[in-house]
Design a protein around this ligand. Structure first.
Ligand code: SF4
Length: 395
């Protein structure tokens, strides 16, 4: 159990003066925030008070511990027929830069990193209906054969829906077969914003919010953990963001299957929505903080460094985030959309970033078992990452 820091400031008084008194009372009492509270948090001009509230919850749950992992990304194809307007990664066959890796090529990517202490491969891609079911099984088997110890976190809910279609079987039957081939957990992408209005305007060929949530429900019932996300900073309203968070929270009440919430910053470059400015660093911090405060039943909040400048990710560790993702190795989706962060970092750099932010680095595996710890007393190696008390419980 993590000791709570003794508060050295009058958080309730600060929140009162910022017009967030009733929200702060609930946060300090460990009570669930309402949708109206969520709207108030998005609208407040007092970013520092919002950050302090989110940090209070972050430290109540995790103290100073901050998680990362040593992972690599494999984006096995950019072929996609979903034509999401915000996407710069998708290609149609014959278009410049279109590619699809064979399972063996994906395995080669894994073998190239055998000298690194990689514990996870994050494998997501476009959605292409001509890819047969057997390809996905072979992909998993090839990756696993290349590095048997690796945890495969693969296939967004959107990809899983497509895989079930080409398998011509219900997802409930497909998931055990994917697991037998090596699937260990599921990432959280493809959720975008659940609002049907946003979907019709930006990603109308892809799963609706209800379908994404139902797919996640099936994933969790199959015994797999997943993450969850929201793509923010484009045309969505504050109310639509709050609705999205609330619906994630409700499914989490039901399944408990989400490990981590990751707000994904919209990157406009090279997409059909290049005229939309995208979120600022302040927007990113606000999004992380509201996520931490609203999602009282999801253990971890990730500041995904690949999407935001590293100093913003470091600052985010005081705005509710307790995880920074991993070493990555060759990220393509967000770099096609103009991300200017590096495509990978060394493990030692991640450790230093976290230390420089005044936090305690802890390497985790995909399912949050501690792999290495700068504070083995609080986060012992080989044990599950400690999360203080019940997530929604009082401090
Ligand atoms: S966001 Fe995903 S599903 Fe949409 S077009 Fe891009 S690759 Fe395809």
């Amino acid at each position: 159990m993590i000791a709570e820091r003794s508060p050295c400031l009058d958080l309730q008084g600060l929140a009162n003066r910022a017009g967030l008194g009733s929200v702060a009372r609930k946060v300090l009492a460990g009570e669930r925030l309402s949708r109206e509270d969520g709207v108030a948090l998005y609208r407040t001009e007092h970013l520092h008070v919002l950050g302090l509230l989110a940090n209070h919850v972050r430290e109540r749950l995790h103290g100073d511990l901050t998680y990362f992992n040593v992972n690599q990304h494999v984006n096995y194809t950019n072929l996609c027929n979903k034509l999401c307007r915000f996407c710069a990664f998708q290609r149609l066959p014959g278009q410049d830069g279109a590619y699809q890796m064979t399972p063996e090529q994906a395995a080669t990517k894994i073998r190239e990193q055998l000298g690194e202490p990689v514990t996870e491969v994050h494998m997501v891609a476009g959605v292409w209906p001509k890819i047969p079911y057997e390809y996905y099984l072979e992909l998993l088997r090839a990756v696993k054969a290349a590095r048997p110890s690796i945890h495969i976190k693969a296939f967004t809910m959107v990809e899983l829906d497509q895989i079930a279609k080409v398998a011509k079987k219900p997802l409930e039957e497909v998931l055990p077969e994917l697991i037998a081939a090596g699937l260990g957990s599921v990432p959280g992408g493809g959720a975008e914003v659940f609002s049907e209005r946003v979907r019709q305007e930006t990603y109308h060929l892809k799963l609706s919010g209800d379908q994404w949530l139902d797919t996640a429900r099936k994933v969790h019932r199959a015994g797999l953990k997943s993450n969850c996300t929201m793509l923010h900073g484009h045309i969505e309203t504050i109310e639509e963001r709050v609705d999205h968070l609330d619906r994630l929270r409700l499914l989490q009440d039901e399944t408990g299957g989400f490990q981590t919430y990751i707000p994904l910053s919209f990157h406009p470059d090279n997409s059909e929505m290049a005229d939309v400015p995208g979120p600022t660093a302040v927007d990113e911090l606000r999004e992380l903080a509201v996520g931490r405060l609203m999602l009282d039943n999801i253990p971890h909040i990730k500041a995904y460094w690949i999407l935001m400048d590293v100093p913003v990710a470091q600052t985010a560790l005081s705005y509710g985030a307790d995880d920074v993702d991993g070493t990555v190795v060759e990220e393509r989706i967000y770099h096609d959309a103009g991300a200017t962060t590096p495509q990978h970092v060394r493990r030692s750099e991640l450790v230093q970033w976290i230390r420089d932010a005044g936090r305690i680095p802890v390497e985790r595996d995909t399912l949050y078992k501690v792999v290495w710890s700068a504070d083995p007393m609080r986060a012992p190696v080989g044990q599950p990452a400690p999360v203080s008390r019940s997530l929604a419980g009082a401090s």
